[in-house]
Design a protein around this ligand. Structure first.
Ligand code: NAP
Ligand code: ZN
Length: 360
C-alpha cells in the first residue's frame, strides 16, 4: 500500500509550495505519479489549512524537508480509477487526509491503525525517511492516491466545510474512541478552541457528553457555548475558574499549538482521568509526577485516525450533521491566511477554494 509505486511514469501537477523556512508559499510546478491499478486520481476542489501545515512550512521542528506543498484536508472529485479500484468511480466526491501509504502487513496495519505503521507515508513529506521519496499535499490541482487511503463523503455535508474533518475531525475522533472518551454522560475537557478543538466539542456533544472548553480567549465563550453547544467555558488564565473545576473531568483533549503548562490540566481531571495531547510544540512537556501518582492519571498522545476510523468518523459526522466552521479563501490569500492563523485570527478553519482559484 504505497503512494509511490510506479514512480517512473509521471504527470504534471501544479500547486503552491514553501521553498524554505520563511514559509512563504508561491506557485510551484512538480510531478505526480500516473494513476496505477489500485489508484484513483482526483481533481482537488477544497483543501483545509491545518496548523500542522504552518508548523512545517516554517520548519518549527527543524526537519528541513522543503520544498513543501502542504495540505492534508483534501476534498475532490474522482477523475480516473485504476483497474483494481472497487470503492470509487469517476465523478465520486472523495476525501484524503494525512495518510497515503503504509506497509499493510504490520501489527498496526492489521489493526487498522496505519498511522503507527513504521512505514507510514504522509500526504506531504514531513520527515526525511532516507528513501528520497517526496510527497506533495493538497494545495494543488490534482492528487493520485491508492484507494485504500481515500474516504467516501456523506452526500448531505457541504464539501468545503467537510474538508477539515479529514485531519482535524479524524485527529480528535480517534483518541476519543481509543481512550474511551466517547461515553454519554462523561465529562470531556477540550483545551484550545481552534480547528481541532471546535470539532472536538461538536463530536463530544453529538456523543452525549458534557463538554467544557478550556481556552485562553474569553472572546470565544459565546460561540463555544451557544454555537457549538459546550456546557461550560473556562478561561485557563483565570485561576479562580480553574480552581472551581478541579477534579471534575473524565478526560481532556489538548489541542494547543504551542508550549503551555500541563499541571493545571491534570488538576482538572478526576482520579483515573486521561489527558490526551494532540497539539505539537517544539518544547518538551514538563510532566509533574505527583498529580499522576496520586490520581492514577494518564497522559497519552494520539495521531490522526487510521483509514477505517476516518471513514467511521466521517459517516458519524454525516449522520449528526457535523462540519467545521470555515472561512473559504482563494489560493492567493494563503500567505495572509497563514499570518492570521499564527496569531489565532480565524474562526475556526481556513479552507482554500482550490478548484476555482488555483490558476497556473
Ligand atoms: P489552531 O486552529 O491554531 O488552534 C490551536 C488553538 O490553541 C488556538 O485556537 C488557541 O485556542 C490555542 N492556543 C494557541 N496558542 C496558544 C498558547 N500559546 N497557549 C495556549 N493556547 C494556545 O490549530 P489546529 O489546526 O487546531 O492544530 C492544533 C495543534 O494540533 C497544532 O499544533 C497542530 O500541529 C496539531 N495537530 C496534531 C495532529 C496529530 O496528529 N496529533 C493533527 C493535526 C494537528 P484558544 O484561543 O481557545 O486558547
Ligand atoms: Zn492536520
Amino acid at each position: 500500500m504505497s503512494n509511490s509505486e510506479g514512480e517512473e511514469q509521471t504527470q504534471k501537477a501544479f500547486g503552491w509550495a514553501a521553498q524554505d523556512p520563511s514559509g512563504i508559499l508561491s506557485p510551484f510546478h512538480f510531478t505526480r505519479r500516473v494513476n496505477g491499478d489500485d489508484d484513483i486520481t482526483m481533481k482537488i476542489l477544497y483543501c483545509g489549512i491545518c496548523h500542522t501545515d504552518l508548523h512545517f512550512i516554517r520548519d518549527d521542528f527543524g526537519f528541513g524537508v522543503h520544498p513543501i506543498v502542504p495540505g492534508h484536508e483534501i476534498v475532490g472529485v474522482v477523475t480516473q480509477v485504476g483497474c483494481n479500484v472497487e470503492k470509487f468511480k469517476i465523478g465520486d466526491k472523495v476525501g484524503v487526509g494525512c495518510l497515503v501509504g503504509s506497509c499493510g502487513a504490520c501489527e498496526s496495519c492489521e489493526q487498522d491503525f496505519e498511522t503507527y505503521c513504521p512505514k507510514v507515508e504522509f500526504t506531504y513529506t514531513m520527515f526525511d525517511d532516507g528513501t528520497g521519496k517526496k510527497n506533495y499535499g493538497g494545495y494543488s490541482d490534482i492528487f493520485v492516491v491508492n484507494e485504500h487511503f481515500a474516504v467516501r463523503l456523506p452526500e448531505n455535508l457541504p464539501l468545503d466545510a467537510t474538508a477539515p474533518l479529514l485531519c482535524a475531525g479524524s485527529t480528535v475522533y480517534s483518541p476519543m474512541k481509543y481512550y474511551g472518551l466517547d461515553k454519554s454522560g462523561k465529562h470531556l475537557g477540550v483545551v484550545g478552541l481552534g480547528g481541532l478543538g471546535h470539532v472536538a466539542v461538536k463530536f463530544g456533544k453529538a456523543l452525549g457528553m458534557k463538554v467544557t472548553v478550556i481556552s485562553t480567549s474569553p472572546s470565544k465563550k459565546k460561540e463555544a457555548t451557544e454555537r457549538f453547544g459546550a456546557d461550560s467555558f473556562l478561561v485557563s488564565k483565570d485561576s479562580d475558574q480553574m480552581k472551581a473545576a478541579v477534579s471534575t473531568m473524565d478526560g481532556i483533549i489538548d489541542t494547543v499549538s504551542a508550549s503551555h503548562p500541563i499541571e493545571p490540566l491534570l488538576d482538572l481531571l478526576k482520579p483515573q482521568g486521561k489527558l490526551v495531547v494532540l497539539g505539537v510544540s517544539e518544547r518538551a512537556i514538563e510532566l509533574p509526577i505527583f498529580p499522576l501518582l496520586r490520581g492514577r492519571k494518564l497522559v497519552g498522545g494520539s495521531g490522526v485516525g487510521g483509514m477505517k476510523e476516518t471513514q467511521e468518523m466521517i459517516d458519524f459526522a454525516g449522520k449528526h450533521n457535523i462540519v467545521a466552521d470555515i472561512e473559504v479563501i482563494s489560493m492567493d490569500y494563503v500567505n495572509t491566511a497563514m499570518e492570521r492563523l499564527a496569531r489565532g485570527d480565524i474562526r475556526y478553519r481556513f479552507v482554500i477554494d482550490v478548484a476555482n482559484t488555483l490558476n497556473v
